[in-house]
Design a protein around this ligand. Structure first.
Ligand code: AP5
Ligand code: MG
Ligand code: ZN
Length: 219
């Protein structure tokens, strides 16, 4: 299964991708997570990306296309993958098509998580993750069972992203509408685009997504 999860910042791409990878035995590829790892490591890419990300803008296509090409070569991608945060521009979508075609592969489905802009700021402002295992939480919408303790690993240290503040969210949303939304017609023309209501609660979104993806597995 080769899936693209599309949607604005805070739509729930990461939340759902983590659930789907367990169910279908495929890996989540989050270009945002990969870039944050480069920033933490202080690599050359990280140094270039840091300020751009903190301003809520997009890192250059060159860097991202190279990064993704390297990632999908790895053995854990053989059973399939869920792209979370890539492609994000028309040139990235075209490069991905070319990359997969050269390996006689193709994307099976592109799912757009539709969420009103107004809901996104609250989702992003309340988000945090476990420092040890990366499990995602929310101050209001997804609390750990025991306050201050990660459900998955028992960790007690949590982190918030540098770009998760109300000011930067506006720039990230603007980048989504200007640069990422134009790739929707690209996949609609290929007959691959499906929509899921991302305003529903987290479990309901998973149910809707798995209903769609089960049709791929059955096919
Ligand atoms: P990236 O990390 O991809 O961030 P993003 O697209 O802004 O998306 P988010 O991770 O903020 O949202 P999400 O949809 O994953 O939501 P989540 O599931 O966490 O990219 C960061 C930056 O890296 C970019 O701005 C750019 O600079 C750079 N970058 C990355 N890829 C790039 C590329 N290809 N090209 C160029 N630059 C690139 O959910 C959010 C919160 O809401 C969570 O707390 C969750 O618990 C809660 N929540 C989720 N679903 C629901 C629900 N249904 N109801 C209520 N709450 C919910
Ligand atoms: Mg994410
Ligand atoms: Zn944890």
């Amino acid at each position: 299964m080769k899936l693209i999860l599309l949607g604005p910042p805070g739509a729930g791409k990461g939340t759902q991708a983590k659930r789907l990878q367990d169910r279908y035995g495929v890996v989540q590829i989050s270009t945002g997570d990969m870039l944050r790892a480069e920033v933490s490591a202080g690599s050359e890419v990280g140094l270039q990306a840091k300020a751009v990300m903190e301003a809520g803008q997009l890192v250059s296509d060159d860097i991202l296309i190279r990064m993704l090409a390297g990632r999908i070569e790895r053995a854990d991608c053989a059973p399939g993958f869920i792209l979370d945060g890539f492609p994000r521009t028309v040139p990235q979508a075209q490069a991905l098509d070319a990359m997969l075609t050269s390996k006689s592969m193709q994307i099976d489905m592109v799912v757009e998580l539709k969420v009103d802009d107004a809901a996104l700021t609250d989702r992003i402002a309340g988000r945090y993750t476990c420092k040890a295992c990366g499990a995602g939480y929310h101050d209001e919408f997804q609390k750990p069972v025991i306050a201050g303790v990660c459900d998955k690993c028992g960790g007690t240290a949590f982190v918030r992203r540098a770009d998760d503040n109300r000011e930067t969210v506006g720039a990230r949303l603007a980048a989504y509408h200007a640069q990422t939304a134009p790739i929707l017609p690209h996949y609609a023309a290929q007959g691959k685009l499906r929509e899921v209501d991302g305003m529903a609660d987290i479990d309901a979104v998973t149910v809707e997504l798995t209903a769609l993806l089960d049709t791929l597995v059955a096919a």
